[in-house]
Design a protein around this ligand. Sequence first.
Ligand code: 5GP
Ligand code: MG
Ligand code: MG
Length: 172
Amino acid sequence: MKLMPVFTSEAISKRVKELGEQITQDYKEKDLIVVCVLKGAFMFFADLVREIKLDLEVDFVRLSSYANKTSSSGKVVFSKDIEISVEGKHLLLVEDIVDTGHSMAYLKKVLTARKAKSVKICALIDKRERREIDVQVDYVGFSLEKGFIVGYGLDYAEQYRNLSGVFELKFN
Ligand code: 5GP
Ligand code: MG
Ligand code: MG
């Protein structure tokens, strides 16, 4: 296996700052809960919330999907639910990468049903090629067509999460 550099930590910091500024503008005067989708988004989330210059709450959710290692299927469940009551609050879901779209479509549906005032999605990477569900990614760090990505929180078999940059993992 080989790691090919895709985004440097400098490029990521710059983009995260821009996203933070945009989110700060959009959520002025709103009760905001920023929700980290574990585990992959942990590093992006930690950097992003520091660039959002507003009073906000944080919470954490973990989803699991019955699928193979490199893609998710339509079947998604919580393996850790969020703990804050979301009714009447504006939620921003922070995800590492949107691929087929099933995970974010599920989470958005569930949280909307709990009467959140709004539910938006911020993803570090919007990966287009395998999209199956037309879920709106409101804030996109970077767009990619395809490839299996690791680093900056993202794993392959739980490895590579601690890398500061984003890499494409080549299996041959
Ligand atoms: P989906 O959008 O298909 O429901 O699933 C998204 C989830 O699948 C991501 O949050 C991530 O956990 C995993 N995933 C999809 N593509 C990649 C990838 O390129 N690299 C890694 N590490 N995980 C991925
Ligand atoms: Mg994820
Ligand atoms: Mg994973």
